[in-house]
Design a protein around this ligand. Structure first.
Ligand code: 1CP
Length: 351
């Protein structure tokens, strides 16, 4: 196992230990989108603040929202409250979040993207510093802080489509019909993303996650070229600056390609979506690096016996090796808080 040499690097943070290849009897846990709309205290703050970006770029507010789920559930890792679309914004593409409608990005002009306003991201780094202080002050001494960015492919889809998409056709047409322009966009995103992650680590992030939420939309060739290769470059750049900070790669929907992703990118750990069979993951993936995942968020929303059964299956398949319990994708906004409480008890074996 790649990180087995780190066995003697056991720390007071079980989440970091797991990413360094150490298996724990009770796996560490956090949940994608653990801060957000399923929490009444988040909705209350959002109603006061008005908008998502206003909250994400207000360091005190981003810190408060990051802390909210920890106070309720005591996750082993906090994740910075921000978004993957801050990078296109900092490169000069306009971004808005209309209430209930998702992101809207302005027209894309690849040639006009630039770093002149990259300092727009400074409040994110300030939020990280605030969160580190808050973790100490509130006594979360064993909780690690995760920074993150979108992978170039996933971020490019939002930039080209102008928002969310189901078929990513505009992006794919650009990829095949204007390959040089698409490559220029992807190169810029590789550089900007690596810089952004390095800056987050400089500010205090102890691990980072690269979200490639739409990796599953690429064909096998495209996956190698536009998911694996760019991610590998980012990993190399981040490692050159911070050799010991774990990097989690989350190529959602990659299926069998999880294997080539693990081998080709050099990430420290793999975030698994709920479509990955856990017994295969234990054999084929966990033997290469630590894994994280992969409860279907719909099962968390449903709760009850289905939740108990699914958690048991995941724990029994993956707890034998280095493992971080998580969902296969973000918590759905209509998830009852009591179900999250029940999930935490199940992970801790308190049922
Ligand atoms: O209150 C609101 O309406 C805002 C909803 C919201 C939230 C809570 C958005 C808008 N972003 C976020 C926070 C966020 N986004 C985090 C915070 C940390 C956490 O608690 O996990 C993270 C890590 C993200 C990352 C993100 N943003 C991804 C990758 C992960 C994933 O979910 O696949 C993506 C694809 C986005 C884009 C995005 N941001 C927000 C929306 C509505 C969308 C579009 C999603 C889509 O296209 O389906």
């Amino acid at each position: 196992m790649r990180n087995i040499a780190a066995q003697n690097l056991r720390t007071d943070k079980v989440f970091l230990d797991a990413l360094n290849g150490i298996a724990h009897e009770r796996p560490p846990f956090w949940f994608m989108r653990q801060a957000g709309r399923y929490l009444p205290e988040y909705r209350e703050l959002r109603a006061q603040k008005g908008g998502f970006l206003e909250m994400a770029f207000d360091p005190a507010c981003a810190c408060e929202i990051t802390m909210q789920p920890l106070r309720r559930f005591g996750m082993d890792a906090a994740i910075l409250f921000s978004d993957i679309l801050t990078v296109p914004m900092a490169l000069g593409q306009s971004l808005e979040f209309a209430a209930g409608e998702g992101p809207k990005l302005g027209a894309l002009n690849v040639g006009a993207l630039n770093y002149a306003e990259f300092s727009k991201l400074d409040p994110v780094y300030e939020a990280i510093r605030n969160i580190k202080t808050a973790l100490k002050v509130e006594g979360f001494n064993n909780t690690a802080l995760i920074g993150f960015a979108g992978a170039p492919w996933t971020v490019a889809t939002y930039m080209v489509e102008g928002g969310s998409s189901k078929d990513f056709l505009k992006t794919k047409l650009m990829m095949y019909q204007r390959p040089e322009e698409f490559a220029a966009l992807m190169d810029m995103l590789v550089e900007a993303t690596a810089t952004y992650l390095i800056n987050q680590i400089n500010a205090g992030a102890e691990a980072v996650q690269i979200f490639d939420s739409w990796a599953g939309a690429l064909d096998a060739q495209g996956f190698k070229r536009w998911c694996v290769q760019p991610t590998r470059k980012i990993v190399e750049m981040v490692r050159a600056a911070h050799p010991h900070v774990p990097i989690i790669g989350f190529p959602k929907g990659a299926g069998y390609n999880y294997l080539s992703y693990a081998q080709g990118t050099g990430v420290s750990a793999l975030g698994l979506d709920q479509h990955v069979p856990v017994d295969w993951a234990a054999r084929a993936l966990q033997s290469l690096c630590p894994v994280q995942g992969n409860l279907d968020p719909a099962i968390l929303m449903a709760g009850g016996d289905a939740l108990v059964l699914a958690v048991e299956q995941i724990l029994s398949a993956l707890s034998g090796g280095p493992f971080v319990f998580n969902l296969g994708h973000g918590i759905h906004k209509d998830t009852p808080v009591e179900h999250v409480e029940q999930l935490v008890k199940l992970i801790k074996g308190e049922f």
